[in-house]
Design a protein. Sequence first.
Length: 742
Amino acid sequence: MKPSSLIFSHITKGLIVVALMAALIVSASTLPGKASVQAQGVPPEDWVRVGYIAYAYGGSWSQFTQLFDGTYTHILSAFYLPDTAGNLSPVAATDTFTPALRQQAQAAGSKVMFSIGGSTIHYSVYVAIADNPTARQNFINNTLNLLQSGGYDGVDFNFEGWDNTMTTTHRDKILGLMSDAAVAVKNANPAYVTSTALAALYYLPMSANCALINSPQMDYAHYMGYAFYSGSSGPNGPWRQPGKTLNLYPPGSGSAELSVYGALTYLQSQGCNMRKITGGMPYYATNQQAWNNVRSAANWPAIPLHPDYLEKQHPSQGYWAHDPEAISAKVAAYRDFGVGGVMVWQVGHEGPTRDLSAALVGGTPPPSPTPGTPTATRTPTPTPGPATATPTRTPTNTPLPGGPYCGVEYQITSDWGWGFGANVVVTNRSAADWDGWTVTWTFPGNQQITSLWNGVYTQTGQSVEVRNASWNGSVPAGGSVSFGFNANYSGTNDVPTDLRVNGVDCSEGGTPVATATWTPQPTAAPTATHTPTLTRTPTVTQAAVSTHTATSTRTATPTRTATLTRTVTPTRTVTPTRTVTPTRTATLTRTATPTRTPTLTRTVTPTRTLTPTRTATPTRTLTPTRTPTNTPVPGGPYCGVEYQITSDWGWGFGANVVVTNRSAADWDGWTVTWTFPGNQQITSLWNGVYTQTGQSVEVRNASWNGSVPAGGSVSFGFNANYSGTNDVPTDLRVNGVDCNAP
């Protein structure tokens, strides 16, 4: 048990003595740049096995026996998403890993925690909370309420969202917030476990420092030793890469070997207590497929283990994966280095077959099946990048809404007065499999979609068409698929009543019309048979959020659902995405052509990174402006603009665009335009409103970030698909002005 420095309530007399001794060693409120090793203390466990859970592949959580037999000493449900007011909204496993399942895992000796954050939350959200005393207290209160009302054993502060606009001042504010929250948790109950997440390498100096890691209020720091971006044919968290180094951010932070070993050596050199650090490893491959989906794709036991990477490469497709042998090798390497345990992202990728978990604890794993070995069921199509196809559902005695061909349910999952989030579940009620799907409707008001995941959409006026993405077009008879979106509106926000699937009115039945515009899409490699599996379907409503966050100051918004006949609750599929290290930067100047800088450090993580949705409760906060320095921002006297590719997974990418007002007058609105040099197609965008016609893109300010003071900056980000090359555009303009012109 870890002592606390402020423990004058809810503890025994004996614990007070221990805590006072700890307080004499290190103050819980100070965060010096480099801590003394003597002030580190000892973590509560000798060797821990930490498993994040987000989405279950190949079955429901109740089928994952590895979660209920003590295999994992700590289970972290991901995520609760914070907003700038300090409210926390549940997604993924925080919804689906039920209290009954938590109690079952706890009965086996595991500590079940919840994780706050994830990489979909930009660092500016935490800065906004830290700067606002009311929001700061609300955040801490909501954290404590979740611990007490949810029966959790602890909390993980997974504060990510780093990018190159972040400064050390921002970092210190964020670490101060994290420290205060952790102290409050330990004050409430010293037995509560606290942990945080550490960046893979490039942003490692911007995550928790050794002073916080070594302090009594923090039990563990989970090193994300898998988020190295090296492409689908490069390793995912190589143990060693001798001769390859990377300069760390911010500039002046030094460099390290581009490897897990290099990152751990850096942490050790900074004075971190390595016994409080867990070493991360992925249960997914570099082709963005869960291990459950690539397990039978090769004869993995026959593939040699790379002596430096400690990973295996598919012999024909070139991607890298961790099979049981690789997991065992990584565990041995982490033990030899002297860290305090291992951490997995995420157990759901393994599926109910527990071969990787067995290797994690040193047991004898069952042999990996060779290609062609039939499996009992077919799992849902995995997330190949920024989205996840919803698992199919077994038909029940309660009819799903719709006629004999299809069922469709449109649900408003949150509404904040000027915008909303929605989820749409489509069910194939016909006798034949679908090879593609298209959903259409007409908004009854002025609703305007701003981002959409798990599909490709077009909107013309009030008319909306959503087609399947490349990975989720196949829907078996009786199966379901879902997509979600965020939208803005003013006035009323009634649900549409004319939803159609492949041209069919699902409330009337019938057969697809001949003019349906959907295009059949191939699916991932199928297995021998298909058995639809029933997934838990929590009601995703604002009221549910209020239940989880007892002190939330937000008004609960009732869920509004367009029910065509009888309804069921849809499966929630909002999946946070992991933020990745910037890789290629286009810096527009008057003399240079934008280039691609291959500082590749982190890899796209599909489950946290699958769907790059913003939280259901978006913030109105303007991205913090950057103070002008002596180094001029790229651009002419009116404006500066920087287009940066932050991640690239071979067929899609994420980008961030920073716009700077270099004029003498404030801007009351802004519009950025460019022309893609290839076939790039934006799939979602945040902090702005976009239109794309062919290669031409226009992004206008959102309703809350149009004002940019002279010398200030604003940014927006997006995800896009492409094939072939992904060169950066060279003709970016702001308000019609070429920023590259004098």
